[in-house]
Design a protein. Sequence first.
Length: 236
Amino acid sequence: MANDPLRLNINTAARPRIGLTGRDKSPVTIIDDVLINPEALKAEGQAATYSTEHRTFYPGHNGVIDRESVLSVISALKPVIENVYDLPLTNQIRLSGYFGLVSTPPERLHLAQTIPHYDTTNPRMLAVLIYLSGPPYGGTGFYRHRATGIERMTRENIADYNTALADEMAERDALPRRYFDNSDDQFTCIAKVDAAYNRAVIYPANLLHSGLIDPAHLSDDPRKGRITANMFLTMP
């Protein structure tokens, strides 16, 4: 099946690199050349139906990804997910995903899009990101909130985070809008993953993170812009 262009095939020769990130030693896994046939996933992303996503504050468009594509990737990464993240893949697992196309000009960003974000407070949710564009389009950064020391959002610390953030956002609102990249007075960058075509990065979805976006490569065209396959798995 390795030559079947309609099926995603994991490169079993690829070797994961696992880094323990920040004070919490959160595992972030990088797998280069993760797919044998990445052109199949890229072609799916280029042909996907895109719409503006308001619920997640994604700075651009989300495209529909085939559930079978998500299932095939997550299933093939089972050894990493179970051994590194201690999440057994059972029939109770919940899967979701989308193609992300960054297209919002900096001056049109919502205030919430100008700082690192988190996807959930659930510690049993993982994000699996596959870059379908090369280095110039920007990778992903991970962060610590300076005032609270928080790196991973939980039900226990979210109230403290929101309280501290409220005053900080009032100050930030007076500044010109821009994509977040390195560190500033409110957030410290604790790790970066560079973008590389066909590179996967796996991380806890409650880690504070941000796309490292170069405004020069913003586009509404999935054949030209920064496109990623964003997949999520949650164990109840």
